[in-house]
Design a protein around this ligand. Sequence first.
Ligand code: KIV
Length: 275
Amino acid sequence: MKNTVLTFREAKEKGEKLTMLTAYDYSTAKLIDEAGVNSILVGDSLGNVILGYEDTLSVTMEDMIHHGAAVARGAKNALVIIDMPFMSYQTSVYDAVVNAGRLMKEGRAGAVKLEGGKEVCPQIKAIVAAGIPVVAHLGLTPQSINAFGGFKVQGKNEAAAKKLMEDAKAIEEAGAFAVVLECVPAKLAELITKELRIPTIGIGAGNICDGQVLVYQDMLGMFSDFTPKFVKRFATVGEVMKEAFSAYCREVQEGTFPAKEHEYTIADDVLEKLY
Ligand code: KIV
């Protein structure tokens, strides 16, 4: 069954949990899609896990379109959401609509995601008015890492918790169809989830959220630069990959790979003519 914005709305109404994972390429998107995950996020976390940057600030529109289109080709049923990169929407409402449009036209997204609360509501309204579904992102918003002074849990004190709740209500009012809550205390995320009509998707926000998202390299144990507290390793694929790469080196060096079954043949009489 094809997942759409309606899937998100119905899941919230029925109290069914939504699943979301990141992907940045065709093969991984295909595997995630075949596993039945509701939605694939082409996150700007690709800056960290694919491109090796320290943060997400250098990710470009071209990066997101290039990887988004590859994911869209691999995802038959999952709703593909592409992140709007840093400075592709903060600069103006016009830029936001033009760039969201490019992610839909060139990246073949089913929806876009952007970070921020009240301050980006004019952008959300305009993008939604252009017929493009929007997911908002609150809490620890990595594009504002320099303003936060590091990767820190958000909404811990009264003023910050109040602001998060107000932002959540504002982005819902502006027309977002879902919101990612990142690094938010579980009880605050629960309260926001109960107040909103749109689904909350948590990452480091407890298990009362309407759905969950993880970066796939984190949950497969493929990325070790840093591992936040909220990550659960569902497999140690990184170890399996390293063992396979070592086995390949060993067999090539020993001359046991390629073996007979990996060779192509040629008729002897053709070969004889070469002598
Ligand atoms: O970029 C990303 O992968 C994200 C998730 C962590 C929610 O925004």
